[in-house]
Design a protein around this ligand. Structure first.
Ligand SMILES: [Zn+2]
Length: 175
């Protein structure tokens, strides 16, 4: 019985993660790092968000923060009890802190972030023994899709920078 339950749960996680990936693509269309987040309770979407700090001139406009803010508005409560947040990339320290404040029950993320991940990769904010609120974490859901989306984005951006540099150099060479 336990096994059947686990399979069902994983299926649901992948389902919501696919929605988060779609949101991440919206970020990418705006030239932002592709990260998307979906806040879910009782098998329903409460709120969504995608990363857009550059467009909004807002260093806090990460996908998770957007989803948590909208979730609070939607529930008319600053505590987002019994909710699960799905995000395509392991959250940073800022977002992990916001998750603790919002009291979400569970975090599900896709790709790990070795450089800035605050759900265990760099630091573990969400399960820190000194924290008064502990959050359940499931990592690595559709990790391959989530991380290849990111690496394709960064590769494209490097190529764009290179092409721009080349163009500038050519312009300087002109008499
Ligand atoms: Zn963040």
């Amino acid at each position: 019985m336990t096994e059947i339950y686990t399979v069902t749960e994983n299926y649901n996680d992948e389902y919501w993660m696919r929605r988060a990936i779609k949101l991440a693509m919206q970020a990418q269309e705006k030239g932002e790092i592709p990260v998307g987040a979906v806040l879910v309770a009782d098998n329903e979407i409460i709120a969504e968000g995608f990363n857009h700090p550059i467009t909004d001139h807002d260093p806090t406009a990460h996908a998770e923060i957007i989803a948590l803010r909208r979730g609070g508005m939607q529930l008319q409560n600053y505590r987002l009890l019994n909710t699960t947040l799905y995000v395509t990339l392991e959250p940073c320290i800022m977002c992990a802190g916001a998750m603790v404040h919002s009291r979400i029950q569970r975090l599900v993320y896709g790709a790990s972030d070795m450089k800035t991940g605050a759900a265990g990769s760099l630091i573990d904010i969400l399960r820190h023994p000194g924290m008064n609120h502990q959050i359940d974490i499931t990592g690595g859901v559709l990790a391959q899709e989530c991380s290849s989306m990111l690496s394709a984005f960064f590769k494209q951006r490097r190529e764009q920078h290179k092409a721009l540099k080349k163009l500038k150099a050519q312009q300087q060479e002109m008499p």
